[in-house]
Design a protein around this ligand. Structure first.
Ligand SMILES: [Zn+2]
Length: 433
């Protein structure tokens, strides 16, 4: 296993305050800057640094935002509604095959308790969001897609009004039901392949497995998770990218131990004057200071080796770094100009950039790397395997881990149906990318 290592440089261009937990150390400053503690020649030494979690968080955030924008930009409203219709149809069909109505209840609960309720107009393309969106009309269109793609037995098993309710709820969760990108803290976040072992027995995992497979965020036994979770990790799957705390670069040591401090105050909304008792002091790293750190990537699967070996991963990191530079604040007080930095990967940050934009890089990653592994239509074209062989391969793998004969047949039928709906989504995606 070859671990890849990339250097990362971060230079402040406005004051930076990445805070330390309050109350961890007695101090006359209210908001102290984060410091790493280390033991050197028998004593405790603190060094100003930027925590790895801050940098990783902003990298993931920017990458996901761009991936989501790419998906939304490419899909038209009808594509989105058809894809959501396929997700619901898959769950309804599997309910029938597994003879389990409670699976639909579980799906409804997960839709109803989503933390990410978003007005549909927010996730529509700019050219489509001009008119006010009638959510009732959108739900009816999803319903018509479900009805035309679900078997009539499954339809009567689950019940018309129950299917209608799923359609209505799905309209409020469109952001959680986008193809190729998951909401990592949502109810339908990516699940690793271990979810297969609980297919049919754990309803939450079963729904998540169906949703993610249909939405092309997962291809069982080939690509476990969506393009973002491959890099940054998912629940139950460690992040391939690992960031280290950034510490002061050689020439920047002079700023320690004394960092500048500002005194700020909250304004009273009524008197419009400084609010009593709301004076606070804030320490910050001044502009012009360089930090240095490392990013590691541990390849595990074929796609990881291809990403790292081809230079694609470095391209992604560089494009993210360029998007953050001067635009996305890190740390506190971003709304008042703090936290802007310049980031360089493998070299000190440059002023100009002639590399491709993050949007183009992500598209290349999806088309040339992700879909090459994930797309089952592609797989059938390039190998002698057909979809049935693939489903057999998946089911046999689960069966070897201990399923009884009748269960195996049920699971096989269910997975075959899920893959059927998934292939329809693949066709839509192939046409728009
Ligand atoms: Zn994901």
């Amino acid at each position: 296993m070859r671990i890849c290592r990339y250097e990362i440089y971060v230079k402040t261009i406005t004051p930076l305050h990445v805070g330390q937990e309050m109350g961890t150390k007695l101090s006359i400053i209210d908001h102290r800057v984060y410091r790493r503690v280390k033991y050197e020649s028998g004593g405790r030494v603190e060094e100003v640094s930027i925590p790895a979690s801050t940098i990783k968080g902003v990298f993931r955030h920017v990458f996901e935002d761009f991936l989501r924008s790419l998906v939304i930009d490419r899909l038209c409203l009808d594509n989105i509604l058809e894809i959501v219709g396929r997700v619901i149809a898959a769950v309804v069909d599997v309910c029938y095959v597994l003879n389990d109505r409670a699976l639909r209840d579980q799906f409804e609960r997960m839709l109803a308790t989503t933390q990410n309720i978003v007005q549909p107009s927010f996730i529509l393309r700019e050219d489509e969001s001009l008119d006010l969106v009638d959510t009732g009309e959108l739900a009816r269109r999803v319903y018509s897609y479900v009805i035309s793609n679900v078997s009539s037995d499954a339809r009567s098993f689950v019940g018309e009004e129950n299917i209608e309710r799923l359609c209505k709820l799905s309209i409020l969760c469109l952001q959680e039901l986008l193809p190729l990108v998951c909401e990592p803290v949502g109810n339908f976040c990516c699940v690793p392949d271990t979810a297969l072992l609980e297919f049919g027995s754990d309803r939450g995992q079963t729904v998540r497995f169906i949703v993610n497979t249909v939405l092309l965020r997962k291809t069982p036994l080939r690509v476990e998770v969506c393009p973002s979770c491959i890099l940054f990790g998912a629940t139950g799957l460690a992040s391939r990218l690992r960031f280290k705390d950034l510490t002061l670069d050689e020439g920047s040591k002079v700023v320690e131990p004394v960092l500048p401090i500002v005194t700020r105050v909250a304004i009273d909304r009524f008197t419009k004057a400084a609010k009593k008792g709301k004076l606070f002091t804030l320490e910050y790293v001044p502009p012009g200071v360089m930090f240095k750190g490392e990013i590691y990537f541990t390849p595990l699967l074929k796609i990881d080796y291809e990403l790292a070996g081809s230079g694609m991963l470095e391209k992604i990191l560089k494009a993210i770094a360029y998007e953050i530079s001067g635009k996305v604040p890190i740390g506190k007080q971003g709304s008042v100009g703090y936290g802007l930095v310049k980031i360089g990967i493998g070299e000190r940050p440059r002023d100009s950039n002639d590399d491709p934009s993050l949007m183009d890089v992500i598209r290349e990653y999806i088309v040339e790397f992700y879909l090459k592994e994930a797309a089952l239509l592609e797989l059938c074209k390039s190998s002698r395997m057909n979809i049935r062989d693939y489903v057999d391969h998946v089911v046999n793998t689960v069966a070897r881990l201990g399923l009884s004969g009748s269960e195996v047949n049920k699971v096989r039928n269910a997975i075959e149906i899920v893959i059927d709906h998934r292939l329809a989504v693949e066709k839509i995606i192939a046409n728009i990318l």
